[in-house]
Design a protein around this ligand. Structure first.
Ligand code: MN
Length: 531
């Protein structure tokens, strides 16, 4: 059982208040889960305590760690939400409820829905800390998956692989992504996982001694150029990611050069390029294999120099060069921007307001990188890469914000737009329809097909009949009842929120007044809000 001391031990420079909060949440959660056991027959509290420790390791603040301790108290501990609010305040309740809600969306492997579900999760989370707690929760659940009944394992593992690992990737949390993938892989495809593990072990044995030699040579050369404060390590490619690559290369292992990579972590950006020069002078680089992700970061913010060189002792190997900051970012991604560790020493001496503004300035750079990566969704169909069309609302958002990027208002505005201006709802078959917030069943019907809207007779939300003006909530399942004899009325024009629905209603009513384009108007609204 993870002790509260161990959790606090992972926190860096916690204040007395921080410690008190974590201790209180620890005791509260322990009591709430008393008498409950997990599938492994261990006390249930093992799970929230482990989740909290993961969050502390990721450098999260005391509030998020406390939320990790409390994340299952409403759902499984049957604690009333009011009690959490009374004991821990609104902010903590918000995170705990957010995590509870996320758990309600289940992925059952329909690939066409995976992207929608990822988006839905990101949107419903509405606070990035909710997602980070959820990822920590999932990591521990995956570590203990073998105790879960067999028929459930596959679904949970698949969901982790296709929903949560990609979310971790988009948040730049490379370490979390790799761990989630490699924990899921053996449950999703045991044979392939075994095969890939064997391949990797062979390669490891083959290159380990060679890489140690390369490391020695490099250290020597770098020292000669005055570079002494650096470290190197050997990173093995994740099993799932190796499996994907093997499939792309028709199982030809000789075509894969990055199973084992040598990582060099240096103090500054300048040192990165100096080191690259030294590496290329020592070993011949393979043409076309050099990538400068420092000048051109990946969409999720990843930065490093990658080069593949021919070495006398280890054959062809990939070398990755980065500075400390990039390294931390690549491991922890968004979490590294959110954490107090990242704020540097002395932050605790700042006033509350100064702390807050420093915190939010740092914590939102993830968001800017999330938007373009959401826009570059591509699907693999029959081996061909197909660019999925960017939903217009996202393109609009990105466009509207393109000129004011960089300011804190920009990010706050973007966060608000992204999270609160859209609602994601399901058809009974599980397709996700995304609509502007406060959309009604009428908007939903027209979003699917004009005929469905024009003959809308009734509507069920989550199985219950509701009136046409009921605003739809995130995650609702909406069923449209159709009847030939039903037709739109003028009143619908007041109820419908989307211009698409209103245009169809006008046409059906025989009105000819053309709808004005709404694009510009929306963009302007967003801009004024940011002042
Ligand atoms: Mn949990």
């Amino acid at each position: 059982m993870t002790t509260v001391k161990e959790i606090i031990g992972e926190m860096s420079n916690p204040s007395e208040e921080d410690i008190a909060l974590v201790e209180k949440a620890y005791e509260f959660s322990k009591k709430a889960h008393e008498g409950h056991v997990r599938f492994s027959n261990e006390p249930y509290f093992v799970h929230p305590a482990a989740t909290a420790k993961i969050l502390a390791e990721y450098g999260m603040d005391a509030t998020t760690i406390a939320a990790g301790l409390l994340h299952d108290t409403i759902e499984d501990g049957c604690v009333p939400r009011e009690e959490i609010e009374k004991e821990f305040g609104k902010e903590l309740l918000f995170i705990v409820e957010g995590v509870t809600k996320l758990g309600k969306h289940k992925y059952r492997g329909a690939e066409r829905h995976a992207e929608s579900l990822r988006r839905l999760l990101v949107a419903t989370a509405s606070d990035i800390r909710v997602l980070i707690v959820k990822l920590a929760d999932r990591k521990h659940n995956m570590q203990t998956l073998e105790h879960v009944p067999e028929h459930k394992r596959q679904r949970i593992a698949l969901e982790t692989l296709e929903i949560y690992a990609p979310i971790a990737d988009r948040l730049g949390m490379g370490k979390m992504k790799k761990i989630l993938e490699d924990l899921s892989f053996p449950f999703v495809d045991p044979d392939a996982a075994r095969h890939t593990a064997e391949v990797r072990t062979l390669k490891r044995q083959e290159t380990e001694d060679g890489l140690a030699e390369v490391q020695k040579t490099l250290k020597h050369e770098l020292a000669k150029k005055g570079l002494t404060t650096f470290r190197t390590d050997i990173r093995m490619k994740g099993l799932w990611s190796l499996h994907q690559k093997l499939r792309r290369k028709r199982d030809d292992i000789s075509l894969i050069h990055d199973i084992a990579a040598l990582r060099i972590i240096v103090p500054t950006v300048e040192d990165c390029y100096t080191t690259l020069g030294i590496v290329h002078a020592l070993f011949r680089p393979l043409p076309g294999e050099f990538k400068d992700y420092i000048a051109f970061p990946k969409p999720n913010g990843y930065q490093s120099l990658h080069t593949t060189v021919v070495t006398p002792h280890a054959g062809i190997v990939e070398i990755q060069i980065r500075d400390e900051e990039m390294h931390r970012s690549a491991m922890f991604g968004i979490a590294s921007h959110m954490s107090y560790k990242q704020l540097g020493k002395g932050v605790e001496k700042l006033g509350k307001e100064a702390q807050k503004s420093k915190f939010s300035a740092l914590s939102f750079s993830w968001f800017r990188s999330l938007i373009p990566s959401l826009m570059k969704v591509s699907k693999n169909e029959g081996g061909r890469k197909i660019q999925v069309k960017v939903p217009p609302w996202l393109a609009e958002l990105a466009e509207a914000h393109a000129n004011i990027a960089g300011s804190e208002e920009f990010v706050d505005g973007l966060k608000e737009d992204f999270f609160s201006h859209r609602v994601f709802v399901f058809t009974p078959k599980g397709d996700v329809i995304d609509l502007p917030a406060a959309s009604t069943p009428i908007d939903f019907a027209y979003a699917i097909h004009s005929d469905l809207g024009n003959h809308l007779q009734g509507v069920k939300v989550n199985g219950k009949l509701v009136s046409f003006d009921t605003p739809l909530d995130n995650g609702a399942v909406v069923e449209i009842l159709w009847r030939e004899a039903s037709h739109p009325s003028a009143k619908w024009l007041e109820i419908a929120r989307t211009s698409l629905a209103r245009r169809h209603i006008r046409t059906a009513l025989g009105m000819t007044e053309p709808e004005k384009p709404s694009r510009k108007r929306r963009a302007r609204v967003i801009k004024t809000k940011n002042k």
